[in-house]
Design a protein around this ligand. Structure first.
Ligand code: SF4
Ligand code: SF4
Length: 333
């Protein structure tokens, strides 16, 4: 498709216009979560990965930037949650130190854990990651794990051969150390995203289905987050190659939900890239659309200035506002 045609499509899908015509304004409300993308290295290379993570990626947060992020937590008690993602964040050399220090500061720590890393181990140095379930439990981290579907076929088609079987076994090991058990205080939430260019079903309905089907395998979890596939990077390429990009954007636009828009996650978090730069969310980070605060990084983090910024919206934001809404914590409406 010629570039001019793509640009014309994008103009039809202008998010700021959609907000204006509905009389919506979405300023930041708070920064209660600091989300760090500490590495693009991953043991997997999933088709829908918006980070383009893989075993070949080398980006990793420096020790200086890790220190700066911990200083931000120390000096901003209002930021109650550290959300650590990647890639597979456990593969970063300072992952465990980061978790321990954030927990020592009294923060809730969430880890985006892809389950299979427990078995695949470190793709570069071969280090076993089998200790993770017990280690997570000892640290009291909240685990958030993608599991595309409760049937092997769909999960393996989206993430790779054998991923379902490994994920089930990894979940079993997390359950064995207390995750998903009533009264253990150890939380594991699963994340579902559709296998193609359509919106996820209602979160509550899917959660019931997942609980029933995974229950048959003896598996437990606390909640299910549904996430809409964002029309960026690998997924956008796939849509364009298969001639479905415009239709998918139209679908997202048609499902625009003002209540979901009011709850977009960028209003409550700041996303940090491996090189310490600040973004409104993980998606903007991957698109290299920095937060509109000049060149501010974790080294000169200024909470008040960040609260004054305009969030940078673009056409991919329709992915967050369609239907029940979509965020790192699932539906927003
Ligand atoms: S496991 Fe997650 S980070 Fe790794 S490639 Fe798949 S989607 Fe990307
Ligand atoms: S993509 Fe990011 S900036 Fe856009 S609405 Fe979603 S969270 Fe906000």
């Amino acid at each position: 498709m010629p570039l001019s045609e793509l640009e014309a499509e994008t103009a039809d899908h202008d998010f700021e216009t959609a907000l204006r015509t509905r009389g919506l304004d979405l300023p930041p409300l708070a920064i209660d979560t600091l989300q760090l993308n500490i590495t693009k290295l991953c043991n997997q290379a999933c088709r829908h990965c918006h980070v383009d993570a893989s075993p070949a990626r080398t980006e990793a947060m420096s020790p200086q930037a890790v220190d700066a992020c911990l200083r931000i937590l120390e000096t901003h008690p209002q930021i109650g949650t550290l959300d650590i993602t990647g890639g597979a964040p456990e593969l970063h050399a300072q992952f465990e130190e980061l978790v321990i220090r954030a927990r020592a500061l009294g923060r809730k720590v969430m880890v985006r854990h892809n389950l299979t890393v427990q078995f695949d181990g470190h793709p570069l140095n071969g280090r076993s990651m089998g200790h993770l379930p017990g280690w997570f439990a000892a640290q009291g981290v909240e685990v958030v794990s993608s599991l595309p579907y409760y049937q092997p076929y769909f999960t393996n088609a989206q993430r790779g051969k054998g991923v379902f079987e490994k994920s089930v076994e990894a979940l079993r090991q997390l359950n064995a150390v207390g995750y998903g058990q009533a009264d253990s205080g150890l939380i594991i939430n699963l994340v579902y995203n559709p296998a193609g260019p359509y919106l996820p079903a209602a979160q509550t309905v899917l959660e019931t289905d997942f609980r029933r089907e995974l229950g048959k395998l003896g598996l437990r979890f606390n909640g299910l987050f549904t996430i809409t596939n964002m029309p960026i990077h690998r997924f956008r390429l796939h849509l364009e190659k298969s001639g479905q990009y415009a239709a998918y954007m139209d679908k997202l636009l048609a499902a625009f939900n003002p209540a979901a828009a009011a709850g977009v996650m960028c209003r409550n978090l700041i996303s940090v890239s491996h090189d310490g730069r600040l973004y409104d969310c993980d998606f903007n980070q991957m698109l290299e659309l920095p937060a509109a605060v000049g060149d501010m990084t974790v080294f000169d983090f200024d909470y008040e200035r960040l609260m004054q910024r305009r969030i940078v919206f673009a056409s991919h934001c329709f992915g967050c506002t369609a239907g029940g809404g979509s965020s790192c914590g699932g539906a927003t409406a």
